[in-house]
Design a binder for this molecule. Structure first.
Ligand code: PEP
Length: 259
């Protein structure tokens, strides 16, 4: 059975005190990982270090929300993968829809970022997902194929073993409109089939595919019980310890009922 990953994307939220307080609450609650579940928080850059200090020794791991593809150098305002490793990050999110659609990152830029992060030893959460108009036009699978094809270009199976794909339909992110369990399962199964043909069936069976988009404690169990949903990338509901813990509890139940 694949280990579930419940990841909190704090986006550009919280201040130092509230970030540390939230991290402390999670570290207190998860001194040990729930069985078969991996936990991750991705704070804004300035809070990576204070959050890491608080979660060190607990089951909560540290990740970042993006990074640049170049090694350290003259790139004002950017953050290098080496720096993320240096401050204790295990993971980095790449290709989040806000980076793609608000900040203009192309599939090619996302691919360069994914490759650079993997080369520096980080695990990557690669986000893919269609916009509402693309879903309505019946183009969901085409969009996912394009984002996967370019996002994973020149990444062999050994390196891609450190990639977790997150299916995040853009219309579900931060909107309160969650994908139905069937919509999520169908997109995830499509992604797994794509991975099987791009790499191999064994690779695809081991790959983890997260769902993201308005995940809450109330809807998490049904989503996480789907056979191809291996965790959640959580935005809004990761900003409060109670709701993040509620999603982790739902993951524990989903795993228990999967036997
Ligand atoms: C996200 O930021 O990746 C996300 C899924 O946000 P939310 O849970 O708020 O929809």
């Amino acid at each position: 059975m694949r280990t579930l990953l419940i990841a909190g994307n704090w986006k550009m939220n919280l201040l130092r005190s509230s970030a540390v307080e939230l991290a402390q609450a999670l570290a207190n609650r998860f001194a040990q990982p729930p069985e078969g579940i991996e936990l991750l928080v991705c704070p804004p850059f300035p809070y990576l270090i204070p959050v890491h200090e608080v979660i060190a020794g607990s089951a909560v791991q540290l990740g970042a929300q993006t990074s640049y593809f170049e090694p350290p150098g003259a790139f004002t305002g950017e953050v290098a993968n080496e720096m993320l490793v240096d401050v204790g990050c295990r993971y980095v999110i790449q290709g989040h829809s806000e980076r793609r659609h608000v900040l203009g990152e192309s599939d090619t830029v996302v691919n360069r970022k994914v490759r650079a992060s993997l080369q520096r030893g980080l695990r990557v959460i690669l986000c893919v997902g269609e916009r509402l108009e693309e879903r309505q036009a019946g183009q969901t699978e085409q969009v996912l194929d394009r984002q996967l094809e370019t996002g994973l270009r020149e990444i062999d199976a050994a390196a891609a073993g450190n990639v977790v794909v997150a299916y995040e339909p853009v219309w579900a992110i931060g909107t309160g409109v969650v994908a139905t369990e069937q919509q999520a399962q169908s997109a995830h199964a499509h992604i797994r089939n794509w991975l099987a043909s791009r790499y191999n069936p064994e690779f695809a069976r081991a790959a983890r595919i997260l769902y993201g988009g308005s995940v809450k404690p109330q809807n998490a169990e049904g989503l996480l019980a789907q056979p191809d949903v291996d965790g959640a990338l959580v935005g809004g509901a990761s900003l409060k310890a109670d709701s993040f813990c509620g999603i982790v509890d739902a993951a524990v139940r989903a795993r228990a009922s999967a036997g």
